[in-house]
Design a protein around this ligand. Structure first.
Ligand code: PEP
Ligand code: MG
Length: 754
């Protein structure tokens, strides 16, 4: 039998397109497709099996097998060679098929006379939706080109089936199912319940033009797009422009590696040569990658395939001229964003008025996008595996960031249940609002100061709305992270002044720039670091590059204009750092005075306690600080050596673990001893159960996302702090794992509202 030439598949694709355009019944067209493939491949048999909704593989059309078998032969996944290919999602060939142990003889087909067999999966989105086979009487080996040609044909068939072009979409299972209700679970990162409609952060590209008119032209288009893509990735790596895209350097580096990968490029080239358009070739290679990804159990290998999949997506978007995210398009009024990952700045690109929720496949609860989601007050959950595969833009969706659940295309019953839940929440919110002016005092008379964490202008209304006592942590880096150039002195001064004006006599704690780690500035070139969270960041950068720090201090002093000013220094690890920073601040105050500008009425300089080394220097550091604030996000990540942004480890150690709580207890005792005002401003302060534990340890001031003030205050109003302190002391001495369950029991017993 002659080996197919490269020209043959192209011809076949062209003929396929013509058949598809004919005005005949779906069956007649499928039959013709089988005839076409058989003749093109010089095979005596060509059969098309499609996966039905019940998962069985049904013979839908054949050339060469007994026509009676059509719609009568069914195979289960895994059954026979066809079932095997469906499960493996890979092409397979057998020169002597009948003697293969998996061969399942079906007398109705009359296939016993055919020896050689080649089958390829019909893949869509990485899922097998059918199997395409050819058979020959003689025992033979099919060439690589033939396998490739059959795969390309299968891809075109898959797209035609999915787009309704074959009129069988209703009957077959074009997985993944994007039409039935589905439920997912994930990790809540920002409180709330949202009912809305899906917006894919990176819009999916539907490839409609599959068959090339001019192969050379398609090759040029693809080469150009790859060049553009690699240029983009190189540029991002060079500029350190990762924050916008929410990607870590490693992911971009993996992208760069794959973009230059010969294997990937060769596969694209081969797909092009079979007569596909550039888009279809990318889609074809992506399908194979996805199929491998879905079968992969090794998480590392799966991640790598995920990267290639993402890369293909980008390439597709470039080819179709739509490289942007959904932020640039028309958003529904109740948008729920779905993304694999996202950076804080990218989230801020969206129109807040239209955002209801955010769902991520990856990312930890203490990541910066989570912090921004909380600041925006949108319901958000992360670590929702596989959600991108299951949704279509415009699908109805419910994000339940209380229970950590996600309902895609919910049934009417689920919608009504959630409508009830939303009403209940609204009532609760009303209760919280009613508490707005009620001071947070425990049952035994302890007044707890509740502050909010903020970082941008849009946080300002939250101060009044939440009824908080002040801003306990103003993350100044957020302004830097969302700018495309360095915010100048005047810009910084304007923002800080607006904050102080709004706060009036409520205290505001400005934290000096904490960049580095996952807080990367788009315009700031930092050198590559192995461990950025413990690298050149925060106060380390400020002391090494004082110009940046001094500009910020100058802006703060000018904004204060004679008023009280609190400056907090992040990542202090050593007493000398606090001294050096203080000296720099003093110098700026001198300059201010020399220029005849008013000095702040009270200038307070505080240290963040977030580097564990400080725990053994508290007696030295605290007397030098006007106040201190525990950054529990970092303190816990360093104490447990568990990266807060890496979901594989960030949830591994509970912040209610006795080790973490004992560390906090040591800090409280030292602050009391030195009479230094102490706050805790990490994310744990905003969760009622954790906040309860913190208060039990002796904290009397905490700072949290604005939406948490109500629930935390309700908890405080129902808590007897003395009672808890005693229980906590006992528990800390006899428990060697998280106290979460014990503390929940305590709350239930004592009627504490958590
Ligand atoms: C912390 O580390 O707990 C903290 C409040 O700071 P950030 O989350 O900005 O690092
Ligand atoms: Mg920190």
């Amino acid at each position: 039998m002659p080996v197919s030439t490269i020209g043959a598949p192209r011809q076949l694709l062209r003929r396929l397109r013509e058949v598809m355009a004919e005005r005949e019944s779906a069956q007649a067209r499928l039959d013709k497709v089988a005839v076409l493939i058989a003749s093109n491949m010089v095979a005596e048999v060509c059969s098309i099996y499609l996966r039905r909704r019940d998962d069985s593989l049904e013979l839908f059309a054949t050339e060469g097998l007994n026509p009676e078998a059509v719609h009568n032969t069914h195979l289960k996944p895994g059954e026979g060679l066809v079932g095997l290919i469906a499960i493996q999602a890979e092409p397979m060939q057998f020169p002597d098929a009948q003697h293969h142990p998996a061969f399942s003889y079906r007398p109705e087909t009359g296939e016993e006379i055919y020896h050689s067999f080649l089958g390829v999966p019909i893949l869509r989105g990485g899922h097998t939706i059918g199997v395409l086979t050819v058979q020959n009487r003689t025992m033979r080996q099919y060439s690589d080109e033939e396998v490739e040609a059959l795969q390309t044909t299968a891809m075109v068939l898959a797209e035609m089936i999915a787009s309704g072009g074959l009129g069988v979409t209703e009957e077959v299972s074009a997985e993944p199912r994007r039409d039935l209700a589905a439920r997912f679970t994930g990790l809540p990162i920002s409180e709330g319940v949202a009912l809305g409609h899906v917006v894919l952060h990176e819009p999916r590209i539907v490839v409609t033009r599959l068959i090339a008119e001019d192969v050379e032209l398609e090759r040029r288009r693809l080469a150009q797009a790859i060049e553009e893509l690699t240029g983009m990735i190189d540029g991002m790596l060079e500029r350190g422009d990762m924050a916008r895209a929410g990607e870590h350097r490693e992911v971009l580096e993996a992208f760069r590696m794959f973009a230059h990968d010969h294997g990937w490029r060769r596969r694209l080239d081969e797909a092009l040569l079979t007569g596909l358009t550039a888009e279809a070739a990318v889609q074809r290679v992506r399908n194979d990658t996805r199929a491998r990804m879905l079968r992969q159990t090794d998480p590392h290998a799966r991640d790598r395939l995920h990267d290639i999949d993402d890369l293909s997506n980008r390439l597709l978007r470039l080819l179709s001229g739509g490289a942007g995210t959904a932020a640039a398009g028309n958003l529904p009024q109740d948008a729920v964003l779905i993304a694999r990952t996202m950076g804080p700045a990218e989230l801020l690109d969206y129109d807040r008025q239209r955002l209801r929720g955010l769902v991520l496949e990856e990312g930890g609860a203490a990541s910066h996008v989570a912090i921004v989601a909380r600041a925006l007050g949108i319901a958000a959950i992360t670590q929702v595996k596989g959600v991108l595969d299951a949704v279509e833009a415009g699908d109805a969706i419910i994000v339940d960031a209380e229970g950590g659940e996600l309902h895609v295309r919910p049934t009417q019953e689920v919608v009504s249940a959630y409508a009830d839940k939303v009403r209940f929440r609204a009532r609760r919110q009303a209760q919280y609002a009613a508490l707005r002016n009620v001071p947070a005092v425990t049952l035994d008379g302890e007044r707890i100061a509740l502050h909010i964490n903020a970082g941008l202008l849009f946080d300002l209304p939250h101060l009044d709305q939440s009824g908080a006592d002040g801003i306990g942590l103003f993350r100044t880096e957020l302004q830097f992270m969302i700018s495309s150039t360095f915010p100048r002195l005047e810009q910084q001064t304007r923002l800080y002044k607006a904050i102080l004006d709004t706060a009036g006599d409520r205290p505001v704690v400005f934290r000096s720039l904490d960049v580095g780690g996952d807080k990367v500035l788009p315009f700031f070139r930092a050198s590559k670091e192995e461990n950025p969270a413990i690298g050149w960041r925060a106060i380390r950068m400020a002391l090494d590059r004082p110009a940046l720090f001094r500009t910020q201090i100058r802006a703060l002093l000018r904004a204060a204009h004679g008023r009280e000013l609190r400056i907090m220094l992040p990542m202090i690890a050593d007493v000398s750092e606090l001294k050096a920073a203080r000296a720099l601040i003093d110098r700026e105050v001198d300059i201010l005075k020399r220029h005849g500008r008013p000095e702040p009425k009270g200038l307070m300089i505080g240290a963040m306690i977030e580097v564990p080394a400080l725990l053994w220097q508290l007696d030295r550091v605290l007397p030098m600080a006007d106040f201190a604030s525990v950054g529990s996000n970092d303190l816990m990540q360093f104490l447990f050596a568990a990266d807060r942004g890496n979901m594989r480890v960030s949830e591994r150690f509970d912040s209610l673990n006795p080790a973490g709580l004992k560390a906090l207890r040591v800090i409280v005792a030292a602050a009391e001893k030195h009479n230094v005002p102490l706050t805790l401003c990490g994310e744990m302060a905003g969760r009622p159960l954790e906040a309860m534990a913190i208060i039990g340890l002796g904290f009397r001031s905490i700072s949290m996302a604005p939406a948490s003030v109500g629930p935390v205050k309700a908890m405080i109003l129902s808590l007897d702090a003395g009672n808890l302190r005693q229980r906590l002391e006992e528990l800390l001495e006899c428990t060697d794992t998280s106290l979460r369950e014990d503390l929940k029991r305590f709350a239930a017993e004592k009627g504490v509202q958590i």
